[in-house]
Structures are given as structure tokens and as C-alpha cells.
Design a protein around this ligand. Structure first.
Ligand code: NAD
Length: 338
């Protein structure tokens, strides 16, 4: 398996709709390559390509850690170049269909349920959309898996029961609000923030205490969950963090992997995003293999993955990101030698 190189990088362009996208397939052994579709504004094609390469590579590690039969991919669409969204999604869908199933797409940031409807008219090669309401949504599956990982980390690294724990969530979108609901049901106090005021009312109704987005990272809490865009945990934000656990749900939570060591120096346990946020990948690939609509035990196993990472980090004096990469690489080698 090519961990560092990429198997295929496709530039997808369509002048009439304004579609400009990259499909990055990091590895094709084992197949299929799984990866969501991200539709965001980018300053340049180069920035979008960089995002696709980084995100698709991490998906390979995510598959390995989660025990998913598959590899990593990602589609990045430059939102600010689109002039006819539905037409652009149709062209993209036809390209994905043309790949013949080596790549299975799913949702990622900026990809809406309307996009999903259009895409599904053009391609059968999708991994997790909560189709027809039979499955829970990808956001719910991700939140369920992340909850198990956070609960296991609390057992191992905190003396507080969950009922006495405060969880702060940055971003109350599909995953964030679902995670908030779960922790409120468990009796935790939940604080949240979102840059989009339309997301606030639902969260407040669930019992989330709202703070301004500028305050969420430094708010007093036990667990901080970045659940918006990646890169919000960095050299400037880390010294302001009051939590003892930072639970990476946003893909590429850290500005750079080396910041896991800085978190460790500050006595903050970082739960790597590519271990913690694998719920939708796990449920989607399970559905693909078995046609079953749920796999609660596989989602709960994220708790054990987190426990293994924390143990390895302690044993080998590694940051948790380093420990997660080591464990993922070992799993790939073990799979190959059988
Ligand atoms: P989403 O778009 O539904 O929600 C993200 C929310 O973050 C939005 O409501 C947005 O307004 C808010 N936000 C953006 N910047 C913010 C800021 N600075 N402060 C506060 N709020 C801010 O996305 P989602 O599906 O919930 O995904 C959240 C993160 O989890 C993303 O990084 C995504 O890549 C990652 N992720 C999602 C899934 C999934 O199944 N949806 C799976 C794995 C990883």
C-alpha cells in the first residue's frame, strides 16, 4: 500500500457548470478507496489539490485503524468556481460512475443533502448517505463512534464520571449537534459555539449552553471537541485550552501533526481525528459488505482503538498522533502478511 504516494489524481473540469475538482485516490489496495466529497471555497487549484492529497492520505490510515477493508480517497470541489451547482454535481457524479466502483464517495464539509440527491441520480458508487432513512445519517454515525472514543478516554484519563464532565463543542453542524445530544443524554454539561447563527436554536433546545465562536477553544471544560473545520488547534490556540482532553472530530484537527507533542507538553490528551471520527466510514463500509444498516458494536470498538493509542503513546513515549500512525502501519503490514 502506498502510504506516502498517491495511486491516482484526477482533475475534473466542466466549463459550462464551472466545475473544478480534484479526485485524489491515495491507495487502491485494498479496494475500494473511500472518501467524502468536500465542497468549499479555495484561493487556488493548488490549495484545493493540497487539501485533497492530505485528506485522502489520512483516509488510508483511518481505514487501517478502523479495520475497514478499503483505502483512502477524497474529492475536493472548488465551490467559488461553480456557476450551476446541480449541473456541476451531475458531471462529478458521472466521473465517479466512470471510475467503475474503485472509489466510493460520501459526504464531507460543504456537501448538502440537495447535492446528495443529484449525485445519486448519476452514480451508484456511494458509501454512506443514510439512504432512504434506513441508515442513520453519516453525521450521526460519526458522532456515535466519537462518543465511544471520548467515553473510553474519560475512563482512562479523567477521574470524573461523565455526569460531572463538561464537554465543549466547536461547530454544531451534522456531527457536532448529534454529539451534543448524546452527551446531554449521558448527563454531561455541554457548551457549544457555531459561526452560523441558524445552528444555534436547535442546540439550545437540546440544552447546549452557547458561547461566541471566539470563546469556545478557551472555555472552561474537561473535553474540547473541534467539530468545525480542521486546523483550529495550533501553536496560538493550544496555550489557551483549559480542557484536559482534546477530541479530534474535524478532519485534520491539528494545524500540523507536531502540535500533538505540544498538547502533550501541556498535559492535554489528544484523541487523533482519523481514529475518532471513523464512524461513518465504518458503518458505510459495513453496509457495503453486508447490506446491514447498522453495526453498533463496530462503532463502539472505536473506544478500544482509542485505548490502544493511549497505551502505545505511554509505552513508547510517543505523541498520540505518532502512536496512531504506528498502529495503523502495523495493521497494514499484518494484513499484507496474511
Ligand atoms: P457541517 O458543515 O455540518 O458542520 C460544521 C459546522 O461548523 C457548521 O455549522 C459551521 O457553521 C461551523 N463552523 C465553521 N467554522 C466555525 C468556527 N470557527 N467556529 C464555530 N463553528 C464553526 O460539518 P459536519 O459534517 O458536522 O463535519 C464537521 C467536521 O467533522 C468536519 O471537519 C468534517 O470534515 C469532519 N467529519 C465529518 C464526518 C461526517 O460524517 N459528517 C465524518 C468525519 C469527519
Amino acid at each position: 500500500m502506498a502510504f506516502e504516494g498517491h495511486e491516482q489524481i484526477l482533475a475534473v473540469q466542466d466549463a459550462p457548470s464551472g466545475l473544478r475538482a480534484w479526485i485524489a485516490i491515495h491507495a487502491l489496495d485494498p479496494q475500494p478507496a473511500f472518501g467524502g466529497i468536500r465542497i468549499l471555497d479555495y484561493r487556488s487549484e493548488r490549495d484545493a489539490l493540497f487539501d485533497a492529497l492530505r485528506l485522502s492520505r489520512i483516509m488510508t490510515y483511518k481505514c487501517a485503524l478502523a479495520g475497514v477493508q478499503g483505502s483512502g480517497a477524497k474529492t475536493v470541489v472548488i465551490a467559488n468556481s461553480i456557476n450551476d451547482r446541480a449541473a456541476a454535481i451531475r458531471v462529478l457524479g458521472r466521473h465517479i460512475e466512470g471510475l467503475g466502483g474503485i472509489y466510493r464517495a460520501g459526504p464531507d464539509a460543504g456537501f448538502t443533502s440537495e447535492d446528495q440527491q443529484v449525485l445519486m441520480e448519476e452514480t451508484q458508487y456511494i458509501a454512506h448517505f443514510g439512504v432512504d432513512g434506513r441508515m442513520q445519517s453519516a453525521g450521526d454515525a460519526t458522532a456515535e463512534g466519537a462518543m465511544h472514543g471520548i467515553l473510553r478516554a474519560l475512563e482512562l484519563r479523567s477521574e470524573l464520571p461523565v455526569e460531572e464532565t463538561t464537554v465543549a463543542i466547536q461547530g454544531l453542524g451534522a456531527v457536532g449537534v448529534s454529539l451534543a445530544k448524546r452527551f446531554i443524554e449521558l448527563g454531561a454539561r455541554v457548551i457549544g459555539a457555531d459561526a452560523d447563527s441558524s445552528k444555534i436554536a436547535l442546540a439550545q433546545n437540546l440544552g447546549v449552553t452557547i458561547v461566541p465562536p471566539s470563546k469556545i477553544l478557551s472555555t472552561s471544560c474537561d473535553v474540547l471537541v473541534p467539530c468545525a473545520m480542521g486546523g483550529t488547534i495550533h501553536d496560538v490556540s493550544i496555550p489557551r485550552i483549559q480542557a484536559s482532553i482534546v477530541a479530534g472530530v474535524a478532519n485534520n484537527t491539528l494545524g500540523h501533526d507536531s502540535q500533538a507533542a505540544l498538547l502533550k507538553e501541556n498535559n492535554i490528551t489528544f484523541l487523533p481525528d482519523f481514529a475518532l471520527n471513523a464512524g461513518a466510514l465504518i458503518e458505510g463500509s459495513h453496509n457495503l459488505q453486508t447490506n446491514e444498516n447498522s453495526c453498533p458494536q463496530k462503532l463502539a470498538a472505536i473506544g478500544e482503538t482509542i485505548a490502544n493509542i493511549l497505551q502505545r503513546s505511554d509505552d513508547d513515549k510517543l505523541s498520540t498522533i505518532e502512536a496512531a500512525f504506528v498502529l495503523a502501519s502495523e495493521k497494514v503490514i499484518a494484513t499484507k502478511s496474511h
